[in-house]
Design a protein around this ligand. Structure first.
Ligand code: PBG
Length: 322
């Protein structure tokens, strides 16, 4: 008789036949850096995640490393904004200073940077405005400058999240022309215009001042368009492609995994994190189990890399520490 339940009899057999195993090496942990000094302040919309001033990064980086997490992605929250987001490519900008500090604390911490303009522009859009429309090709010049300034500061990988056309090509050329041919690019290839970014926009003060991001971020209704975006990014030289958000887009993660040989990343975004935290706080779900199930599902769908605010707690659980 065929009895699939035989392979579920006990943990011994279940662990032998388990197809997907989470590993701390899968994670990239997001860090928010702010201007000022002596700041470590919990972000209201993201419980358990903090704003750090650069001088307060040391303990955090050491904790992350001790947990076995080897990669972080930096998000800057600048003090000053202008039409062209000039603090984004300032060598003394918040992200550039944070990169140098992290490398000083731990030269082996793999530092990824988010390359975008929305936190830095006065209007909150991810590029240069012309008649209230984000001008694609002019924006490319700025994005390239931002990516280059991150590389100069010591970043290992840049991750453009703006969704302009041909940004990977523009950045690759700029990095190569300046001797940064070994700095890799992880493209937010299929980034959807999602309501799941709400808590991040509050944390990064990056909500658009008018309108929305639908003329550059993708329509959640589209699947084939994600395939097209990934194909173009690969032609332009992306080393890693990303799907964002993760949970409502597991089908897209699978689709992208099946079409390419490059590593696939998924961004388990702020809204996904905040919903679980709220449900756990209300006593509606078992927090540990639901987080590990969620992360395992993202990996099972095809993600090789998971960017997640849960990275630290998941690392502790995987180690058996808590
Ligand atoms: C910047 C950026 C956003 C996120 C990552 N990079 C916000 C947005 O596009 O509005 C969202 C991350 C998250 O929600 O956790 N463009």
């Amino acid at each position: 008789m065929l009895r699939p339940r035989r392979l579920r009899m006990n943990e011994g057999i279940r662990s032998l036949v388990r197809e997907t195993t989470l590993n701390v090496n899968d994670f990239i942990y997001p860090l928010f850096v702010v201007e000022g000094e002596n700041i470590k302040k919990e972000i209201e919309t993201l419980p358990g995640v903090y704003h750090f001033s650069v001088d307060m990064l040391e303990d955090e980086i050491k904790e992350i490393k001790d947990l076995g997490i080897k990669s972080i992605i930096l998000f800057g929250v600048p003090e000053s904004k202008d039409e062209v987001g000039s603090s984004a490519y300032d060598n003394e900008g918040i992200v550039q200073r944070a990169i140098r500090k992290v490398k000083e604390i731990d030269k082996d911490m793999f530092v990824v940077t988010d390359v975008c303009m929305c936190q830095y522009t006065s209007h909150g859009h991810c590029g240069i405005l012309k008649d209230k429309y984000v001008d694609n090709d002019e924006t490319l010049e700025y994005l390239s400058k931002i990516a280059l300034s991150h590389a100069v500061a010591g970043a290992d990988m840049v991750a453009p999240s703006d969704m302009m056309d041909r940004r990977i090509e523009a950045m690759r050329n700029t990095l190569d022309d300046n001797g940064f041919e070994n700095i890799s690019i992880m493209s937010y290839s299929a980034k959807y215009a999602s309501a799941f970014y709400g808590p991040f926009r509050a944390a990064a003060n990056s909500a658009p001042g008018f309108g929305d991001r639908k003329t550059y971020q993708m329509d959640p209704a589209n699947r084939l368009e994600a395939v097209k975006e990934v194909e173009l990014d690969l032609l332009e030289g992306a080393d890693i492609v990303m799907v964002k958000p993760a949970l409502a887009y597991l089908d897209i993660i699978r689709e992208v995994k099946d079409m390419t040989n490059v590593p696939v990343a998924a961004y388990n975004v702020s809204g996904e994190y905040a919903m679980i935290k709220a449900a756990a706080k209300a006593g509606l779900v078992n927090e540990k189990n639901i987080i590990l199930e969620t992360l395992t599902s993202i990996k099972r769908a095809g993600a090789d890399i998971i960017i997640t605010y849960h990275a630290k707690e998941a690392a502790k659980w995987l180690k058996g520490e808590i």
